[in-house]
Structure formats: C-alpha cells, structure tokens
Ligand binder design. Structure first.
Ligand code: SAM
Length: 344
C-alpha cells in the first residue's frame, strides 16, 4: 500500500505536493482547517509573519483581520480548487470532507469544493459569543479632513456610533461535502464503509446531532441542544503557540459523525498543531497530517506523544459533564414549572 508510509504520521510538506502521493479512493474522512487567506494566513503561512502585528498591514492604520481585498477570495478559490481536486481523488466514494472557513470567504471555499465534483451536503455553524469586534471608529479619518474644527465636530456628532462595516463575528462556518456515492448510500456503506451519518452520536444533552454547536455555556436552551465539551488549556499543550488551534471536541464530533470503519483513515492536509490527528487517535482511528511549517509538525507530534503518555490531559473535563447533566435537570424542572402553572 502506497499509503502505509503516511499512516499515523504528521508530514512536513506542502500539501499540494504531498497529496498526489496518496492513493486514489483510500481516505474515509478529510477534516481540515485550511488557511483562511485573510492577512498573512495564506498558503505561505509563516509563523513569524502570522505572529507579528507588523506584517499584517497593507493599509497601515488597519489592525489584523481588517484588510479588505477582493483578490483574497479569488486567490483562495484558485488555490483551494487545486487542493480540493486532490482531496476528491483520495477520498473513498461517499467519503466526507469537512472544511472550516471564515464567514467572509466561505462562499469562495464552498464554490471550489463544489466545482471539483463534491456534493455540498450541509454547513455546520460553530457558535460563540466572545470575540473582538473588528469595526473601527472613523474619528481618525475625520481628524485628517481639511475642514475647520467646528465642521469636524459636527460630523462627529452626526456619525456618532457609526463605524466601518463589521459587526462582531460570532460563528465559524464549516462546509460538509461528500464525494458522490457508489450507487445507493446503503451499497456505498456496505462496499466502502463510509457514506452514512452516525445519528447515535449525541450533542448537548443527549440530543440528535445538529449542524450548530458551541463549546461555551451560553444559556440552558442552547446548551441543551448544541453544547460540546469545552476545551481545556491542557488539551492544547502549554508549549502550543499556534494561532488558530481548534477545540478537540469539535474535531471529535465531526469524526464520530462520519468515520464508520474500524480502520478509517482521517486526513488533514493543513493540520497546524495536530488537533485533527489527536481527535482521530483518541477515537481509535488512523490519521494522516500534513503541514508546511516544521514547527507545527513538531508541536503536533508532541501532542500525539502526550496522548499516549498522559491520556487524562485530553479527557472531557468533569465540570462540563456535570454542567450538561445539570442543564437537563434544570430544563425538566423549568418544563414542569411551566406546565404545572398552566394547569392552575
Ligand atoms: C488554520 S491552521 C490549522 C490549525 C489547526 N486546526 C489546529 O487546531 O492547530 C492552517 C495550517 O495550514 C498550514 N499550511 C498553510 N499552507 C499550507 C500548505 N500549502 N501545505 C500544508 N500546510 C499548509 C499552516 O502552516 C497552518 O498551520
């Protein structure tokens, strides 16, 4: 098997060069969080540049994440089209492809995936309430206007509270695509051991799997329907300084929904600090991880080694389990209160 050299390894390579070496129709699930093509987080992702504020600016006064450039989406589309062609080829028929993105460039990513032959089956929403608002006040620009102070003040008053066009971003979309099935889904499942979704997997408090999830406690109703275990500092590794580490519970949820075979291989061509591989390994599945940065390959390997040596670090925290159980009790109590008050 050509793939044997890659199984359960994190490979330091450009994914576009490595993917062609993976066998056709050999991968069960691709789960990945590619560079978002915002600021310096592109296919030339360099740790130093991504970490430094200095490099983010094309327009000097704009903070990271604010640069708006129509070409970003086009570049992302062309690059992801090439990656998606390979991902399509290596996935088994009926195999699932989950791909994280940003609300701003999701459409380009989904189009690239669609255009190589995948069926876009759904989009997941990772919901959160905490994020830094990116909108900028316009005072800075008013100051520079060639008008009197009095006129400036008038404009300031008139446009009080009006800012650049960004509201607080509170979700991340994740495309769920599928390689077309070989005849029926049942036939595909029996022949290739992939293609159906596992509805035994529960979310929130024992609820049917949903396309919305959160890893923060938000309120009883949302937690009951959509809560996944909260990430702990330990699961990431204190040495892990990757800028965009994903919560382990999200990767586990998506793998559990889609990987059926005992020998399933989960591929992440842009693995960063290894979260997909740690999740796959925790679930007893095989993985192949690729990253262009050697530093992240080493961090991934360290996390995987820790999973062997200290599996407790990666366990669902006890308080999350307890909170979920309490949510259920509170919801039932609430229902009891409401329904009994309706009776009196
Ligand atoms: C958004 S991060 C993934 C983070 C990951 N989900 C985690 O939890 O740590 C994307 C990764 O893609 C890598 N990357 C960028 N271009 C690449 C390429 N051409 N081939 C392989 N990896 C690449 C970057 O080094 C970065 O670590």
């Amino acid at each position: 098997m050509k793939n044997n050299q890659f199984i359960n390894k994190i490979i330091w390579a450009d994914a576009l060069k490595l993917l062609p070496q993976i066998e056709d129709n050999s991968i069960d699930v691709v789960l990945t969080d590619p560079p978002y093509f915002l600021d310096k987080m592109d296919n030339n992702w360099e740790d130093k540049k991504v970490s430094s504020v200095k490099y983010h600016h094309t327009v000097k006064s704009l903070p990271a994440g604010m640069k708006f450039d129509r070409e970003q989406g086009k570049r992302f589309y062309s690059w992801y089209l090439e990656a998606s062609k390979e991902i399509f080829r290596v996935l088994k028929p009926g195999g699932f492809f989950f791909s994280f993105s940003s609300p701003r460039l999701y459409h380009r990513m989904a189009s690239a995936i669609d255009d190589v032959g995948f069926e876009i089956r759904d989009v997941f929403m990772w919901l959160y309430t905490q994020n830094q608002a990116k909108a900028m006040g316009i005072n800075h620009f008013i100051k520079k206007m060639n008008i009197s102070e009095k006129e400036k003040e008038k404009i300031r008053e008139k446009l009080n509270g009006w800012k650049t066009p960004q509201v607080k971003s509170c979700f991340e979309p994740i495309a769920m695509a599928q390689k077309p099935a070989d005849q029926t889904y049942l036939n595909n499942m029996l022949k290739h051991e992939v293609g159906l979704m596992n509805t035994n997997i529960k979310i929130g408090n024992n609820m049917y799997p949903a396309n919305v999830f959160t890893v923060d406690n938000i309120n009883e109703l949302i937690d009951k329907a959509f809560l996944l275990p909260k990430p702990t500092k330990k699961e990431k590794g204190e040495y892990n300084d990757h800028k965009t580490v994903k919560p382990l519970a999200i990767c586990e949820y998506l793998i559990k929904l889609s990987a059926f075979s005992k020998n399933a291989v989960v591929l992440d061509p842009f693995i960063g600090s290894g979260t997909t591989a740690v999740a796959a390994k925790k679930l007893g599945k095989n993985y192949i991880g690729i990253d262009i940065n050697e530093k992240y390959v080493k961090i991934s390997e360290k996390r995987l080694k820790e999973l062997n040596e200290k599996p407790d670090l990666f366990e669902t925290p006890k308080e999350t389990k307890e909170k979920l159980e309490n949510t259920n009790t509170q919801m039932e109590f609430q229902y009891f209160k409401t329904s009994s008050s309706l009776l009196t």
